[in-house]
Each structure stands twice: as structure tokens, then as C-alpha cells.
Ligand binder design. Sequence first.
Ligand SMILES: [Fe+2]
Length: 311
Amino acid sequence: MRLRPVALPNLPWGTPAPVDLYMLQEKELSLLFRSQQSLSPESYGEICKQSDRLYYDRDAQVNWQSLVDSNLTSILQTPLATEAKAAVAYGSAARKTQEIFQEFNEAGYAQAEDTVLALNNLMDEPNALESFFQLTIHDYYTYTHSVHVYLYSMLLTRAVIGGDNTAFLKDLGVGYLLHDIGKKDISTDILNKKGKLNDEEWAIIKKHPLVGYDLLVKISGKISEEVAQIVLQHHEKCDGNGYPRNLKESEIGRYGKICAVADVYDALTTRRSYKEALSKMAAFTIMQDSKGHFDHQLLARFIRLAVPFAE
Ligand SMILES: [Fe+2]
């Protein structure tokens, strides 16, 4: 039998195995789960100590990612370790966001809502945030950036308003996850340009908050005041030098300000085609020195929250 590996977080834990799954150790193959046997979440910790992957017959056609994506809510309700759940949820959220950026429609919006609900629930578990922080990758992609901005914004939002209002937090979470949806049709030549943007390119970039707002209204049919704030205001600066409307501090909503902190923090701590990733502490210093950009109370709160998490 020719084998193909599947990483542990890509298995649909708590549901039946779609094929026989094997462990490979020192060239010894052992059958761990028979096809249709439940992938018991309790066994994850034990398996994890021995390997980060299992193997299956490469002739079997299995789309592991779509199995995980369609079972995400139930997987996250299993007694799987929090770190494992965070890994599953992070991967699934990134994939769904990628799909949404490729084609944004009503089904995609509903998927974003489901993903955010699942992620928000997970945040109630102890150590979930720490696990998420460890997963954030340092290469920049629009879709992982979206998940990171959701994560950092939600960390700060929950510290400011608490974690109880499920429906409101879901709404905000969708706003954070889709804050850059207005960039979906901007060419990567402009998004990843190494040199300075020319006037025409810069004008295109500056439109993305408004384009995103229009798209969300068109697709979801309605949009709350707070979600509008997030999408429209995440590039506004407290000193009035932001875009698209040069709003002043008192005119920018709390959630737009939160998203601005999260957005810049992730931009600084990830690698782009034109720059290296900065360390967390270096990013904090730059942000604190950017006088007039951020709401300083929200920035100070974010730094206090993020400092304890490992790089
Ligand atoms: Fe943006």
C-alpha cells in the first residue's frame, strides 16, 4: 500500500474515520482507526506525543479539509485538547476566508458567521488565546491576516466589553474577519508591490473600506452600525490623517479603533514581500511611537493583553 500523510489537526475528530488510518513509527505500520470507527478526541493527546500525522492509502480519495470544515462546530464541541481545537479552527477559518475572498456571496457570509461563532465559543476555553497566538504564522496572506485581525480585535473587544453578548460578538467578529473584503478584487501586484505606490494605485487602495462596506451591505442585506464602523474606519487615524474620510478621534467608533490596532499589529509582525516580520516588542514600540494614529488607551490595553503570550 502506498501511503499519504494527514496532519492531526486536519482530521475530523469526533466523527467516523472515512478510511483506515495508520501510525508509522520506525518503519512499522500499525492500524490506529478502522474506516467508520470514531476518531475519538480523547486519543488525540496520546497520538500527539508519538507523531504529528497519521497515514492512509493514497489511492483513497479523501478531502480532509472539507470534512473538517463541514464538521467544525461538532469537532469544537468534543473534548479535544484546546490546543488541538485552536489548530483545527485556525486552519478552517483561514480556508473559509480564502474562499470568501475568491467569491463572496450569501453562502460565504453565512460561513463567516458560523466560523466566527465557533471561534468565539472556543475563546471561552482556558488557554485558547495562548494557543491561537502560537498558531499565527509570520508570512502574510490576506486570508490569514483576516483571521489574525479577528483574533487580536476579539481579544481586545472581550477585555473592553466582556464575553457574554454572543450575538453582538458574532456580529463584531464577522466585521473583523471581513474588514478587508473590499480588497478582494485588488490585484496582488498592487497589494504586494515592493516600491512606493503611484497615485493611481494608492487611490485604488484607499477605496477598499468603502468597497468593502458596499459589498457587505449588498451580500448580507443589512449591516449593523458597529460592523460598518469596523469596515469603514479601520484606516482612520485619531489625528485625522487616516482614510477614507480623515475622521478625527471623536468621530471614529470604538470598534473601528480596535480594528486599527489589530490591523497594524499584524501587518508589523508578519513578513511581506517587501519587509521582514518584526518581533512583538518592536511592533509595540513602533505603534506607541506613532503619535496620533491609535486610541492610546486601547493600544495600551492591547499591549498589556498581548505581552504575556509567547512570540
Ligand atoms: Fe484594510
